[in-house]
Write a protein of this length. Sequence first.
Length: 185
Amino acid sequence: MNFFKGLIASCAISILTMIFSSGAYAQFPAAINKTSAGFLIGVPVGKSTDRYINGYGFSVKWERNIAKSFNFIGSAGYMTFQYRDDIKKRLENLGEDVHVDGVVPITVGGRYYFGGIYYAALEAGTAVTIGDNITTSFSYAPSVGVYLPFNSRYGADIGVKYERWRRSTGEVTFVGLRFAFALSN
């Protein structure tokens, strides 16, 4: 768990240093039609830390510009978490399955760009647990990040989000760091 927290902190510091050391990114607009695909690292927070140590996955995000600084967004992905060692051992001793099912979050929302390349976003939708028992959860995720254009067609989308999947039997909450490659279309 400390490894992932350290990784997220190191990446955040590197990203902020890179952003504030160069003004070249502002020459290309960020609120444009684009598709991004990338990886997500998740660190559980709240009660989720009692059960999980870390998570990882990937996502694809579509953006459609509907106003000067505002994009409609839709995303789909896959995410899985690892049990804490004590939870895993307890489940093994009880003869329970220690395999963690994956989750497919599907969301829609909006992304507002400010300062040219920075954004704040809010998404909501569903998170479908796949495996032996298919379940659905309500999902929402506020996020902040930066779109770093390499040129008028390609760029990087780097964001931090808080995500919550809630259903009647419980919830999973985590802070995620997403690194994605974006292609304008």
